[in-house]
Design a protein around this ligand. Structure first.
Ligand SMILES: Cc1cc2nc3c(=O)[nH]c(=O)nc-3n(C[C@H](O)[C@H](O)[C@H](O)COP(=O)(O)O)c2cc1C
Length: 176
């Protein structure tokens, strides 16, 4: 697996999500032949979902060029990592919107989820799993990272060895 897309989940300047994504990308790079590409969710410039039909509908058509580019990226990826911030015990709106735009692209896609926050991402991981019940990727690994535990609140590693160990083990499962 050479092409692994790492999706961030925040539009905030200096987001923790970007720093966690860098840690994920570094873990991927430690595995022979694997390469992670970080996709900043805000840079996708996706509209709020406004298509006339649901992406699961037979007559669903993508007309927005940014959505098409996003669809192409996910289709081309060998695997995907969702870096999941926790907002009000759920996923961030911008990340949910990006996931909502696609449907068939997620089916059976090897997926690793990295939740983070004050509860080690427990609620955002749970929310993401509800989404997966519908879009049906192949969940291969999940990691929860906690502020003041493994991470500093800016998303950088507080306990680098623990972060590396958790991410390396998860990436190994993703690539298996
Ligand atoms: C609207 C909002 C709601 C939040 N709710 C939670 C929460 O429910 N659980 C949690 O652990 N952290 C929560 N936080 C704190 C975030 O985990 C923290 O701000 C983190 O840095 C968000 O990731 P980001 O910097 O990539 O946006 C919330 C932050 C915001 C802005």
């Amino acid at each position: 697996m050479s092409n692994i897309l790492v999706l961030t989940g925040s539009a905030r300047p200096n987001s923790a999500s970007s720093k966690v994504a860098e840690q994920v990308s570094a873990a991927i790079a430690r595995h022979d032949g694997a390469q992670g590409t970080i996709v900043e969710v805000a840079n996708l410039q996706l509209p709020f979902f406004n298509a006339p039909t649901a992406p699961s509908a037979d007559d669903y058509e993508i007309t927005d060029p940014n959505v098409q580019a996003w669809s192409d990226m996910v289709q081309a990826a060998d695997a995907v990592v969702w870096v999941l911030p926790e907002y009000n015990h759920s996923m961030s709106g911008i990340q949910k919107n990006a996931i909502d735009w696609l449907y068939s692209e997620w089916k059976d896609k090897p997926l690793m989820m990295v939740g983070y926050g004050w509860y080690e991402g427990a609620h955002t991981l749970a929310a993401a799993k509800h989404v997966c019940d519908v879009v049906k990727p192949e969940i291969r690994a999940e990691v929860g990272l906690g502020f003041m535990k493994q991470l500093n609140v800016d998303g950088s590693a507080k306990e680098q060895a623990e972060v590396d160990q958790a991410l390396d083990a998860a990436v190994a499962k993703l690539l298996a």
